[in-house]
Design a protein around this ligand. Sequence first.
Ligand code: HEM
Length: 580
Amino acid sequence: MLGQMQFDSVHVLSSVGVVAVLYLFYFIIQTTRNELRIRRLGVRAPVLAQTPCTGLRWFVAAARAQLNHRLFEFFDDMFAAARGAPTGDDCVEVQVTRAGGQRYIITRDPEHVKAILAGQFAQFGKGKEFHDRWSPFLGDSIFTTDGALWHDSRGMIRPMFVKDRVSDLVVFERWSAALVRQIERQRRGLVDFGAEKHNGGGEGVVDIQSLFYRMTLDITTDFLLGASVDSLSNPRDEFAEAFNEVQRLQMYITMLGPFFRVVPRRRYKAGIRAIDRFVMPYIEAALKLPAAELEKRTSASSSEFTFLHSVARHTRDPKVLRDQIVAVLLAGRDTTAATLSWAFYQLSRYPAKVARLRAEILDTVGPAPNAPSYENLKNMPYLRHVLSETLRMYPAVPYNLRIALEDTAIPSKDGQGPPIAVLKDDVVVYSTLSMQRRRNLYPQSRDGGDFADPALFEPERWENWTPKPWTYVPFNGGPRICVGQNFALTEMAYVVVRLLQKYDQIEYVGDWNAQFHEPEIVGKPGQGLRSGCTRQRVQRDEREWEPKSGTLEEPLVPITTEKEEEMKKTKRIQRRGGWA
Ligand code: HEM
């Protein structure tokens, strides 16, 4: 018996030994093979982690930074750690296992962004892993696919974004009027949405960011389905809440890389079911339409034309329709709401810029109730500069990634020296936020010009400055450039016009120093935007446009010298490098 046990343990030990030796061989062979592949292609960027232990530590630190809303600073520190490296300090590498395993190459170099989005487009894509992690939410949509599937999606979606469609401003008018009504109701304390009252907090104070998010959801659902969730009136809508929650969890699933399984799935799946419960009835109704009716609704003159009807002409598959709709909903909703929020946050620092913008609007469109035409919106340079400047400081998609579909390399620093090797399945993470905040990508004042400090919100800089190619890419570039760019710019311009026609001052009543960039999939002001923001201009001709339910209110307290002092102080903080 004892002999048998001894034999068994020797047997087990020797088996373990054999496995260990085999693993060691595998490790050495894999490591050598990878190193040889890398050397054949170029060099490595500075390596910040290379073992399961350091790799895990890195991912935990990244997740913690995300949780504490300090991802931008985390990225800055990463690049700072590479200072002095021969390949420069704009690109670093993190690897989870030395023996191959996936590498993460993280960059803020415009030449790299150009390579992966345009020059070497075919060598990079969303990849299988991204597809698998995002497909419970976005299925096989334009966002999660590559190659022919992506190409077909783009072909299906693009017709909805041609100029003739985007210049139809009815949807924007409907929901910006609803926004103004809601601002007025909240300012008068006629609405109590619980948490929102807490966020807005107080007499005449509105959390305008929350209203922007609700308005863009209403615009996007109206545009996509021909029926809006009307979340401006029903903020507690099941769909709206589920959509927010799924996005939040999706960001963690993406961020945690190989450790994504720790994210709780129950709420994620329940959220997706709630989204489907909202979207599917519209899809089923569209699919029941006889072909002739569908054709009629998609004719250029039809007022019932929607994205859903347009896509339903290409496919009768409810899953394909569902996936594309949810993807465009994601693309179109938060991006515009966050950008509008940042624009108003920054404008509220500068009454003179608000006055200039408002003067341009009144000169071009006239006072309310005059509605802006598509041509008006395109012909207001200062308005355009305000939006460009906002997207320069706060690109709505601050972090993004592509997977290498084959072994390749991305350009070296300044085009000198060997390129940086990228192996098949490596993930290249690029941050437009980190890149667009690199001071050395802007004209330096020592060059003799008077280029305003890039840390400051200065729409005027766009009057005689064009960013160098690929240093400003809030909408991405190359074949996958944002298909909704024109729609987004038109929508945001429309809303700014409608708000500034009505209000002549914007005031931020939150804590300037506590404001921060909250990086979910889209980066938004983390503190919301508590605004006494929009002060009514008491003007007779505007009363006609006044929402039926309301009466004009007394103006809020004027901006005092104390307030101006506070603004100057904030400016000083910004100059020192804080970019909140
Ligand atoms: C401020 C507003 C917006 C910004 C900054 C923005 C930015 C972007 C970016 C960076 C991408 C590339 C994502 C990637 O490939 O990984 C993208 C793609 C896309 N965007 Fe936008 N977007 C905005 C608004 C919109 C709107 C309003 C819509 C539609 C209603 C839209 C529809 C899309 C679609 C469908 C794609 C996928 C394109 C493709 O993969 O071929 N976007 N957008």
